[in-house]
Write a protein that binds this ligand. Structure first.
Ligand SMILES: C[S@@+](CC[C@H](N)C(=O)[O-])C[C@H]1O[C@@H](n2cnc3c(N)ncnc32)[C@H](O)[C@@H]1O
Length: 407
């Protein structure tokens, strides 16, 4: 598979799960926070320009500044920023590798006349005439791309900008580089100062300003930046990415990150009482990682809350087939069998649960030194709670099995 196809496939999948969530990444994961985020990010984008020109911020001043200009939003998603920004520019163009994002963007904003959206290859901007764009915007895109793709886009931006045109984009820069796997499409790349400078100068750009964005990433331990660069020369080089990657090259970190983000989204849907959406999202998580137990367990709690024993049993049977070593899976399966008056099946599941529990207890003792005190206590408490639950179910199931036998 080509790297372009991988990016397209990844972002189409995310767009189909919930495009609003994947583009805005707000903590609340709802429409209101999506709209707020658009307003905040568009204002920050526009204010940066006014500051460079020593102008006081007002919508009217911004409109006057850009009214004859063309904007291109690189990695526009569903037009979260492109659509509100279009009202400031003569013409706005959104470009995105994901056809699903573009289909949604077009349907959401079809009434805005000076706005158009295009899906692209994922590495070039060949649908745009050279030297035809005044301003390029790119938010939360470039740092997620493989390095060669980002390098390619810088050259492309240098090509499509008019002389003295501006590129304002969000990026991560630090004294030390931090790059994830180079076929990932979600994890963040942090560029070191030298590489950052090289990207800019090869594209014929010059940095005019850089401002910290008010978000501290707890993992990377830095804040992202808004960078404004101006075209001062022609780009040195031609953009070209032609890289094959193996289907199996998707990194474990990337899948875990995506999986956890999907579970978070399901949780948010459930909190809002949108259970059907929560279940749809959980089934997507299962498709992505059929051998991880978390999504099944989450789904189990959701179905149990709806008193649906049959549905819960189906989910748990699938869980224990796909993840036969999930101790909780067997425990919950025993619980639903017991609740649906099938004590013999409950006893079978409890036996499996007991064997796994003993294995886990032994492994915990052997690996004690590898855990922090807090982790160790957490694991011990988890195993103890499973065991207590198991024993009380065992008593009930044995009693009921005996009664059934007597009959
Ligand atoms: C986190 S979203 C941000 C979307 C938008 N900029 C916003 O702020 O609402 C990242 C977007 O970049 C797009 N994208 C990812 N890789 C791309 C590529 N190689 N070329 C163009 N777009 C890409 C994705 O499809 C997705 O819509």
């Amino acid at each position: 598979m080509k790297i372009q196809d991988k990016m397209k496939q990844d972002w189409d999948r995310r767009a189909q799960i919930d495009p609003y969530y994947w583009v805005a990444a707000t903590q609340e994961a709802d429409l209101e926070s999506y709209e707020n985020s658009a307003q905040i990010d568009c204002e920050a984008f526009l204010k940066g320009f006014l500051k460079i020109k020593d102008l006081e911020w007002s919508e009217q001043v911004a409109k006057t500044l850009f009214q004859d200009q063309v904007l291109l939003d690189l990695g526009s998603g569903i037009g979260r920023m492109t659509a509100p920004l279009a009202s400031y520019f003569k013409k706005a163009i959104g470009v995105d590798v994901s056809e699903q994002m573009i289909i949604k963007a077009k349907s959401l904003h079809e009434t805005i006349e000076n706005l158009s959206f295009y899906s692209n290859s994922g590495t070039d901007l060949s649908m745009v005439e050279p030297a035809s764009v005044d301003v390029v915007c790119s938010y939360s895109v470039l740092a997620h791309l493989p390095i060669d793709v980002t390098e390619s886009y810088f050259l492309e931006v240098g090509k499509i900008l008019k002389p003295q045109g501006y590129f304002r984009y969000q990026f991560w820069v630090s004294s030390t580089a931090n790059h994830p796997n180079d076929q990932d499409s979600l994890s963040i790349h942090v560029y070191d100062e030298d590489h950052f400078e090289r990207l800019i100068s090869q594209a014929g750009l010059k940095v005019i300003s850089r401002e910290e964005i008010d978000y501290f990433d707890p993992v990377l331990q830095i804040k992202p930046l808004w960078i404004t660069a101006q075209k001062v020369a022609e780009p040195q080089g031609i953009a070209h990415v032609d890289r094959e990657i193996k289907d199996s090259a998707i990194s474990e970190e990337e899948i875990m990150l995506e999986y956890d983000l999907i579970l978070y989204l399901a949780q948010k849907y459930q909190e809002r009482g949108e259970n059907a959406e929560a279940e749809r999202v959980l089934s997507e998580a299962i498709q992505l990682e059929p051998n991880r137990p978390e999504a099944y367990l989450h789904w189990t709690s959701l179905r149990l809350a709806l008193d649906d024993l049959t549905g819960t049993t189906t989910i748990l049977e699938e869980l224990t087939t796909k993840c036969p070593t999930c101790t909780e899976g067997w425990l919950y399966l025993a619980q639903v069998f017991q609740a649906s008056e099938q004590p013999f099946k409950a006893l079978e599941s409890l036996e499996k649960c007991d064997k796994l529990l003993k294995k886990e207890q032994k492994a915990l003792v052997q690996s004690k030194g590898q855990w922090s005190d807090e982790e160790l206590t957490q694991q011990q408490e988890r195993l103890l709670s499973i065991d207590t639950h198991r024993l009380s179910l065992l008593k009930m199931a044995q009693k009921d099995a005996l009664k059934k036998r007597k009959r």
